[in-house]
Design a binder for this molecule. Structure first.
Ligand SMILES: [Zn+2]
Length: 108
């Protein structure tokens, strides 16, 4: 059934993301195994688009796999060397879009 399959897929994606997050939490930021192509080609990047938001990104150099996790606190291995300006710019546009999506108050 398509519904079951998509649920399993989501579960698999979540568990592979969890695995990557655990690796990152242990300070392994390079050559992580890609859940998609299975090569040790995933690197961890961070972005910090606004004061109270951090993101951890996992990006594969060998395929188009990428995923990101939202952090409520500064990640333990966060460093400016690992901040991607490109990702930050991307994040900022998401944050901006979210702000614009909020309905204006007091107009109804
Ligand atoms: Zn890959």
């Amino acid at each position: 059934m398509p519904r079951e399959r998509s649920q399993n897929q989501t579960k698999n994606e979540l568990s592979s993301q969890l695995h990557l997050l655990q690796e990152a939490a242990m300070g392994r930021l390079d050559n992580l195994e890609c859940p998609n192509c299975r090569r040790a080609a995933v690197s961890v990047w961070f972005s910090h688009p606004v004061a109270d938001a951090y993101r951890t990104w996992f990006i594969c150099a060998d395929c188009d796999f990428h995923t990101r996790a939202q952090n409520t606190e500064r990640p333990q291995f966060f460093s400016d060397d690992r901040v991607s300006a490109e990702l930050e710019e991307h994040d900022l546009s998401i944050v901006r879009r979210t702000i614009f999506k909020k309905p204006p108050q007091g107009l109804i």
